[in-house]
Design a protein. Structure first.
Length: 172
């Protein structure tokens, strides 16, 4: 078998060559023999229907509320970047720093709680347990909360320097 390429498929299938593996056999067929039938139903497009419709004004208000939630927990250097026209993955970044791992975690938990009170649920979280770099994805904006050493290392504001910086609005 030196120099030859073989493809594996489950044992018991047609055109399979015996191979010492217990669960698989070697076959010379690259593609499976599956053919769709008329009974197969297409899967619904859940991505398009699961996203709530949000206006630009509502999105800007939500971003301001998330930034304020960071400031309520004494976050440092809170910045809002407007990514419209720069990327399609999200409209805004909220970038903030904490003073320690515990502070970063508590800022992240506060943002989640405050946004939930406003009726906005976080879609995905990363790093909340470690507290070094917390990422909170709310679809139309993403909140990044950094430990100071990681923020200076990654320099995310410089990475997204094409984006417009949005002023923080004072809360009543």
């Amino acid at each position: 078998m030196d120099g030859q390429v073989f493809f594996c498929r489950e044992r018991g299938k047609r055109n399979a060559i015996s191979y010492p593996s217990r669960n698989f056999t070697v076959t010379d067929k690259l593609h499976s023999t599956y053919r769709p039938t008329s009974r197969d139903k297409p899967l619904p497009n859940r991505m398009a229907t699961s996203l709530p419709s949000v206006t630009a004004r509502e999105s800007a208000q939500r971003v301001q509320r998330a930034a304020q939630a960071c400031l309520d927990m004494k976050a440092n250097d809170v910045v809002i970047l407007n990514l419209a026209g720069v990327t399609d993955m999200t409209d805004y970044f909220v970038i903030a720093s904490g003073t320690s791992d515990t502070h970063v975690r508590s800022i992240g938990e506060n943002v989640i709680a405050e946004m939930k009170k406003a009726g906005v649920n976080v879609h995905h979280t990363e790093g909340l347990q470690q507290g070094r770099w917390v990422l909170l994805d709310f679809f139309d904006f993403v909140v990044h909360i950094f430990h100071p050493t990681l923020r200076s290392f990654y320099q995310i504001e410089r990475l997204w320097s094409d984006a417009e910086t949005v002023a923080l609005e004072p809360q009543e």
